[in-house]
Design a protein around this ligand. Structure first.
Ligand code: GLC
Length: 472
C-alpha cells in the first residue's frame, strides 16, 4: 500500500508542537507495518537530505515557481520538501514577535497546490492530509484517491480572503465560509474520512462548545468522522533506554528515578530537596490553560508539605514551555512567578529537548490544565515516565487518564477546567504521593500501558483498507 502523507510539521525536521511528534510517530509505525509512505512537507530551509534530487514542479500560475527536493533525512527517512515563494523562514508560522506571517495564506495554498500535483503524479493508493495546511489540496484535485484528513486541532482553520475561492475549482462552495475562504471546512466536506486525534475529541467537535464553528459541518458528515487516539514515539520516549535522562528505569525497577529527580532539582537551581515536584511542558498558547496554572500556583504555597521529611517549599511547578509563537504575556507572568519564588518555581522559556526529558523523568506530578486538548501527548509521556498526570477532563486527556480517586484502575487525577479544579487535582495528586504503595500502584499501571503507535497505526491501516475496498 502506498500513502502520500502531507503535513506542515514532522519531528525533528520541522517542529512547533504535538503535530510534529504525531506525524513522525505515525509515519515510523506505518513504515514498520509495511506501508510505503511518501511524506510531503513544506521546505522551511536548512534541512539536509542525503541523495538529494531537486526539480521544478509544474504548478498553477498563481503559486509562482515551485521547487521540490526529495531525499533521505537522517532520522525522518524519505521526504519530499516543497519550496514555494516565501516558504523558507526561521519559524513555520510566525515572526519573531509571535505574529503570523502575513502571507501564510499564499504559502500554504501554494503548498496545497503542490500536494495536489504530487498526488496526480505519484498516484498513491491513499492520500492522507493533516490540518488546514494541506486541506485545500482537495479543492484542486478533480479525481482524488481515497483521502483521509486528520484534525490535530480545530483551533487553526486557515481562514483566508474570499479571493482564494477562485483557485479552488473543485467543490468551491465547500470552501466558502461567511465572508471568506476556510480551507479546513472545505477539506472536511470533500474528504472520505475525517480522523479526530482521539475518540472523545471526535465526540466533542460535533457540539457547539467544541466545534469552533465547524460543529455543523462535522455533524453533517456523520460516520465519516472517526476518532483514533495518537500514540507516542517509544523510540524517543522510553525511560529504560532514554539517553537524555540521569539514570534509566522501568516499571519493574524505579530506583533510577531518584537520580532523575535530583538532576531536575539541580537543573532548576534549587538548593534543597523538594517535597513534591509538579512539571508542565507545553506551548504557551491559550488552549493549554497555563494561565489557570499560574492562578492555581498562588494557592500552592499553602498546601501542606506532603512528603516526609516535611520541609518548607510546598509544591514546585517546573516548566519547559515551547513558547515559539506563544503568548508573550503568559511567558511574562511565568517569569514573574519564578523570580518571586526562586526556591519553588522554575521556568525555562524555549524549546530544550534534554530539559523536557528531565522534567518527565524527575517530576512527581505532571500537570496539563488544557481548556481543550484534541489528544495530548505529554500525559502519555508522563505516564510512561512514572510522573502522575493531573489533567482536565477534555479531549484525549479524558480518553487516556483514569482518575485514581474514582476508580481502582486509576492512572492519574482528572479535574474540571478552572483554577480551583487544578488546585483540587494537585491536592489529590500530592496526597497520593504520601502513600508509597498507592503511588507505586498508580505509577505502574500508567507505565504498563502500551502507549506506542503500534495499535493506532494498525487502526489507520484498517481505515485505509476500508476506503480502498469501498472504491474497488
Ligand atoms: C495538536 C493538539 C494536541 C495533539 C497534537 C497531535 O498539537 O493540540 O492535542 O496531541 O496536535 O495530534
Amino acid at each position: 500500500m502506498r500513502v502520500l502523507l502531507a503535513a506542515a510539521e514532522m519531528a525533528p525536521v520541522a517542529r512547533v508542537g504535538g503535530l510534529a511528534e504525531a506525524v513522525s510517530g505515525l509515519v515510523r509505525a506505518l513504515r514498520d507495518q509495511g506501508v510505503e509512505v511518501e511524506v510531503v512537507l513544506p521546505d522551511y530551509g536548512d534541512v539536509r537530505l542525503q541523495r538529494q534530487f531537486e526539480t521544478e514542479l509544474e504548478s498553477p500560475w498563481w503559486t509562482g515557481p515551485t521547487r521540490i527536493r526529495s531525499g533521505s533525512h537522517s532520522s525522518a527517512g524519505e521526504l519530499t520538501l516543497v519550496g514555494v515563494t516565501g516558504m523558507a523562514r526561521p519559524h513555520p508560522y510566525v515572526d519573531e514577535h509571535g505574529e503570523g506571517w502575513p502571507d501564510n495564506d499564499h504559502r500554504f495554498m501554494a503548498f496545497s497546490a503542490a500536494v495536489a500535483t504530487l498526488t496526480r503524479r505519484s498516484k498513491p493508493d491513499v492520500l492522507h492530509l493533516n490540518d488546514w495546511h494541506s486541506a485545500a489540496a482537495l479543492g484542486m484535485l478533480a479525481a482524488p484517491p481515497p483521502t483521509v484528513l486528520t484534525i490535530h486541532t480545530l483551533g487553526y482553520q486557515g481562514h483566508a480572503p474570499r479571493a482564494w475561492l477562485e483557485h479552488l475549482p473543485v467543490g468551491t462552495h465547500h470552501f466558502s465560509w461567511h465572508e471568506g475562504c476556510n480551507p479546513l471546512a472545505g477539506g472536511i466536506a470533500l474528504t472520505d474520512r475525517v480522523i479526530a486525534v482521539s475518540p472523545n475529541y471526535a465526540r466533542e467537535i460535533v457540539t457547539p462548545e467544541g466545534g469552533m464553528g465547524l460543529d455543523g459541518r462535522l455533524k453533517a458528515i456523520g460516520d465519516r468522522l472517526v476518532g483514533i487516539r495518537n500514540g507516542i514515539d517509544t523510540a524517543t520516549w522510553s525511560p529504560a533506554v532514554d539517553p537524555l535522562i540521569a539514570a534509566p528505569f522501568d516499571a519493574t525497577d524505579l530506583s533510577g528515578r531518584e537520580a532523575c529527580r535530583d538532576r531536575l532539582i539541580e537543573l532548576a537551581g534549587w538548593s534543597a530537596r523538594k517535597p513534591a515536584i509538579v512539571a508542565a511542558v507545553t506551548r504557551l498558547v491559550d488552549q493549554k490553560g497555563i494561565d489557570l496554572l499560574v492562578e492555581a500556583a498562588h494557592y500552592l504555597e499553602a498546601m501542606p508539605a506532603p512528603l516526609p521529611p516535611p520541609r518548607a517549599g510546598g509544591a514546585s511547578p517546573a516548566g519547559s514551555p515551547r513558547p515559539v509563537g506563544g503568548d508573550a504575556s503568559l511567558a511574562a507572568s511565568l517569569h514573574e512567578l519564578a523570580s518571586e519564588r526562586p526556591e519553588s518555581v522554575f521556568f525555562a522559556e524555549g524549546y530544550d529537548e534534554a530539559l523536557g526529558h528531565a522534567l518527565f523523568a524527575g517530576s512527581d506530578l505532571f500537570v496539563m490544565p488544557s481548556r481543550f486538548e484534541p489528544c495530548g501527548l505529554a500525559q502519555m509521556q508522563a505516564m510512561s515516565y512514572g510522573s502522575l498526570p493531573v489533567v482536565t477532563d477534555v479531549g484525549g486527556l479524558h480518553d487516556t487518564v483514569v482518575d485514581a480517586d474514582a476508580r481502582r484502575d486509576g492512572t492519574g487525577f482528572v479535574t474540571d477546567v478552572s483554577a480551583a479544579g487544578i488546585v483540587d487535582g494537585l491536592h489529590r495528586g500530592v496526597r497520593s504521593l504520601r502513600n508509597a504503595n498507592r503511588r507505586r500502584a498508580i505509577q505502574s499501571r500508567g507505565m504498563s500501558i502500551d502507549w506506542s503507535w503500534d495499535a493506532p497505526a494498525a487502526q489507520h491501516i484498517g481505515l485505509y483498507q476500508e476506503l480502498l475496498s469501498a472504491r474497488a
